[in-house]
Design a binder for this molecule. Sequence first.
Ligand code: 3H9
Length: 700
Amino acid sequence: MSELVQLTRDGEIAIITIQNPPVNALSPGVPEGILASIETVASDDAIQAAVLIGANRRFIAGADIKEFAKITSGGKRSIGLNEVLDKVENCSKPVVAAIEGHAFGGGLETAMACHYRVAAPSAQVGQPECKLGIIPGAGGTQRLPRLCGVAKAAELCAFGDPVKASEALTLGIVDQVIAGDMLAGAVAFAREAAAKPLIRTRDRNGKLSEAADFDAIRKAAAKRSRNLMAAQKAIDSVEASTKMSFDEGLANEQKLFMECLYSDQSKAMIHVFFGEREVAKIPGITKETPVIPIAAAAVIGAGTMGGGIAMCFANAGIPVIVKETTQEALDRGLATIRKNYSNSVKKGRFSQEVMDARMALMTPQLTYDGFEKADIVIEAVFEGMALKKQIFGELDGIVKQGAILASNTSTLNIDEIASATKRPEFVVGTHFFSPANVMKLLEVVRGKETSLPVINTCMQLGKKLAKVSVLVGNCFGFVGNRMFGPYRREAQFLVEEGASVPAVDQVLYNFGMAMGPLATGDLAGLDVGWRIRKEIAHLQKPGIRQPVAEDQLCEKGRYGQKTGVGWYKYDENRNAVVDPDVAAWVKQWATEKGIEQREIGADEILDRCIYALVNEGARILEEGFALRSVDIDIVYLYGYGFPAYRGGPMKYADLVGLDKVYARICEFEKQHGELWRPAPLLEKLAKEGSTFSAWDKSRG
Ligand code: 3H9
């Protein structure tokens, strides 16, 4: 056979084992190995049936995702799986898929081409292709409806969620759940199957006539994955199974699969798949780098951020002290935490017992008692350097040696904070995003002296707290907020130049952002940036245009949702309503500043906002405050609601073409001056015809 696929025997049962670590993907050689094994099974009279199993208790995680780029760049025609699965399904002897771990994508498609499927209780099956911007491309949309019915198949293919073995059994996707030794159980199953007539999945048409409301599924998919082409095409392809023969359905699926594969959406989402894994890789950190065990935590501040961070620890089962300065603030913070948990219980996310257990892990207090036992302390008080330094100075005298001292600052200099201690190597930024118990991003901010074990621990801790951790450098605003500044600046400038508030937000929403930039400001609180701007006013370069509207709104007490008014007015349910006063005021402020009002189109709104992100991102990269462009993309996806199907701001720029992005930025520089000076790295890559992704690769 091949090294990747081995054929062995247990009496009259052939055992085909896939051995392609780490996840047994269908990389080149695997489909060929399966095919060769099936040919042997078919031709060897001593073999009665076969078991197809994955080594290391993992079935098959799907096609090898790296292979797709070879197809779209013209180096390869296809993965060649359909031809192999056709041979499996038409084998004259029963083939039993023995599923442990994951049967995902092409893995489930392979299993469905077998005549039977047995699964371990912990196994999961699914068609997650839409999360890569594609649809199942090896019969998934045709065989799955034949096993579990069209409506369920359409949902599974359009949402991409996995199902556990027990549910797969109920749905008819697997035939038996086998606890205990999987290989022995599957071989026994195959022995029995050898005596039964063969049934091919393609011939099981009974469930195709079941009623299904495809329009409702389309609407649900559009709501869950806005603008995602693959989700809709997956439903189209499943629906086709009800109208076409199996072979026609397969050909139709292939056409839709290719359309998706060649789309920018799939290029972007595949970039995200690998990026999510890439961000964990940090030069200098190896398997040998120590991880500081985190058994106890403390959080200073029980406000919005502190409370949310404390919830993250409690959710992960880690006891956490929550310290405040006044009983009133502490009570308020704990009441908010309790309310958040109660809402989750009401929504059925977890039980009252779980909530009680989590609350019991929190120790609210006004003193530093018990801080000497904490393995990590996270400071989450409001943004003021003097206060933060005072707190870190106090912590230095209380917290045990070897514990991590972290700040949740969103902008301030970690080195300056660390200078208040005698152990800067243990000081780090852990920048959570609001609401901290919900948002998936954690920026781990590396100070000049932060040690590798501290960084390693924070990266791993993020995973435990259900976050995606990205290592960033210590510059003003780090990666996310540093880029967010120019993005929101342009949104304000556009309004000051004549675009309407809802028009700006709508363009960015249509692009795929979770919210428009002005509505986001209202949600986060306009006063946050206003306070920061006051703190750094002395750093502003004279003669450079500054946005005026948000500071003026704050002067009027319009801080956003929290005061019921900001860029918009909010009703009691926090629904935004356009406020005509704002348009009139902005016009007046702009006139006072000599800013001309004009008609502004959607293209300009989009380019100015998104290219402001890209240009700042390029500077961050070049200055070394992000390890790779993909790190910036992941920050934007998980922290700022950037759509995955655009891949993140840097991948989006790559897909548009850096030459085009650069040319547009040069235009903006001519119109608006030095704020739009192109980042040198962007200019260089654009002139070389290169991309940010290529630049990442060139640096290893
Ligand atoms: C498909 O099947 C299309 C079909 O319809 C056929 C069309 C013709 N390919 O996630 P982990 C790598 S599309 C290549 O950390 P875990 C991953 O990058 C595919 N590489 O492990 C990582 O590499 P590194 C549909 C893959 O245990 C390493 O393996 N299938 C693939 O936490 C370990 O991965 C999917 O979308 C792959 N398919 O989670 C499933 N999968 O160490 C994608 C993983 O260098 N995979 N790698 O960073 C997963 O969801 C998870 O890997 C899984 C295991 C849950 C299986």
